[in-house]
Unconditional design. Structure first.
Length: 86
């Protein structure tokens, strides 16, 4: 199991992430737990490819980390990507 610390600046609620346009990113709650299944992880990857150029939503470094975790999650079946909030 791989784990990383979240970017303390990442807060999709406070940064105003459009949940309709970016439903996976927009529903990551830094204060609550979030679990994504394989299909949701694929959607998160698509969203990250779009927002990488917008540091107001997610820093490039944190986006790179999330992409790495998504790819690791997709290596084998029956894996989930878990975000543990504060």
């Amino acid at each position: 199991m791989t784990s990383v610390a979240a970017d303390p600046e990442f807060d999709p609620v406070l940064s105003g992430v459009d949940r309709k346009r970016y439903p996976m990113l927009g529903h990551l709650d830094p204060y609550g737990d979030t679990v994504l299944n394989r299909l949701q992880v694929k959607s998160l990857l698509e969203e990250l490819s779009e927002v990488r150029v917008n540091p107001e939503i997610v820093s490039e470094e944190f986006a790179d980390t999330l992409v790495m975790l998504c790819h690791e999650c997709l290596l084998r079946a029956h894996r989930f990507l878990r975000f543990a909030g504060e």
